[in-house]
Design a protein around this ligand. Structure first.
Ligand SMILES: NC(=O)c1ccc[n+]([C@@H]2O[C@H](COP(=O)([O-])OP(=O)(O)OC[C@H]3O[C@@H](n4cnc5c(N)ncnc54)[C@H](O)[C@@H]3O)[C@@H](O)[C@H]2O)c1
Length: 343
């Protein structure tokens, strides 16, 4: 489907094999996005500027597809799927893409230049998605020939396993592009959410960063250590959050108790606009996390590798668990909150 097809009211059944996708930037996230798209059956062209990464990416993709097969999430052979993947340094090879997903570094100017260049190559009906973590889509739409075809398609790492996908509208995004990508997201085994206004950070990151800020505040104020903060969050929020989002959780626990706590607690939560000192010092010291064995914790190379593998394993487990307890698990007698209720 294209923007034209949507305009004319046609909604043909989507078949991934007939929908070539281009992925620009096949780094950490681009690689797992490519794997997800191949697993769904799309032919994929990856555009990557770094020649070393162009050499590495196909093997990484193969390993991720094999992981999906091993875990029972995919039945096809990884070799067959990898054959549908072509990686290139030449933008012209994106020519036939019906959808292009941009996944380069988080730099507004670099992303804008990429959209300008790609619009010269792809048909005007092709849709463009940006995996930006936080840049408002409306800013990225400025200067595009067809800003209506740009929307946010925000994945989380590892994209081939998780169920998360935020679809974000900029001011000029055409609703039919949103509809199209929402349908595609189901082929990608995602549970998409719609962000109707492109507020910085969208949904999940805004909530996550509010939590990160408070976590730093507790540590920097000497109220608790890093390990204690991690352990508390893990065993409270961490235990229920895959089962229920914040609103369902408050329904389960009793709404009025939360209202009472909010009255006294909200004024005391940290609301500083500054990046926390501990974060600045950690980054300035060169600590990157498990990638260089130094972050908020220290790791031996074996421990770092082990944490990475465990996280992957856990992501598969969570995917299975979430499927056992879907959003619509209960008989459909509930009254859903309509958009009108909140506007
Ligand atoms: N890492 C995450 O967990 C995560 C989660 C959600 C969203 N994102 C977003 O995804 C985007 C990419 O993040 P990442 O972590 O994969 O970064 P990354 O640095 O691992 O990958 C970016 C890749 O893009 C390539 N690249 C840069 N400019 C290019 C260009 N003009 N043409 C082709 N290739 C180009 C780089 O060589 C690199 O391989 C960012 O906008 C980031 O904010 C990342």
């Amino acid at each position: 489907m294209s923007i034209d097809a949507a305009d004319s009211g046609q909604h043909p059944e989507l078949n991934a094999a007939d929908i070539p996708v281009g992925v620009i930037g096949v780094g950490l996230m681009g690689t797992s996005i490519v794997s997800c798209l191949l697993a769904a059956g799309h032919p994929v062209v990856g555009l990557e500027s770094d020649s070393e990464q162009r050499r590495r990416a196909p093997e990484e993709v193969r390993a991720q597809l094999e992981e999906l097969i091993r875990e029972g999430f995919l039945e096809s052979s990884s070799s067959e799927l990898v054959e549908r993947f072509r990686i290139t340094g030449d933008l012209a090879h994106l020519e036939g893409s019906h959808l292009v997903i941009e996944c380069i570094s988080e730099d507004i100017e670099a992303k804008r230049q990429t959209f300008n260049a790609v619009e010269k190559v792809i048909p005007p009906t092709a849709v463009i998605g940006s995996n930006t973590s936080a840049i408002p889509l409306t800013l990225l739409q400025k200067g595009m020939c067809h800003p209506e075809r740009l929307l946010g398609i925000h994945w989380t790492e590892p994209a081939h396993i998780g169920r998360f996908l935020e679809i974000i509208m900029g001011e000029e995004t055409a609703p039919q592009c949103v509809e199209y990508v929402t349908e595609l997201a189901c082929l990608w085994s995602k549970e998409p959410t719609l962000v109707r206004r492109d507020i910085r950070g969208f949904i999940a990151n805004r909530i996550c960063y509010a939590m990160f800020r408070e976590a730093f505040h507790l540590v920097e104020s000497g109220i608790a250590g890093i390990e204690d903060v991690d352990r508390s969050v893990r065993n409270d929020v961490g235990y229920w959050i895959t089962f229920a989002g914040p609103f369902r959780y408050m329904d389960l626990m009793g709404v009025s108790a939360y209202e009472k706590v909010m009255r006294d607690l909200l004024p005391e939560l940290n609301s500083s606009p500054e990046v926390p000192r501990l974060m600045k010092d950690t980054v300035e010291s060169g600590a990157k996390g498990i990638s260089n064995c130094r972050g908020f914790y220290k790791y031996t190379p074996e421990e770092a590798k082990h944490w990475k593998e465990l996280f992957h394993q856990f992501t598969f487990e969570i995917h299975r668990l979430a499927e056992t307890y879907p959003d619509d698990a209960a008989p459909s007698t509930e009254t859903k909150t309509s958009t009108k209720d909140t506007e």
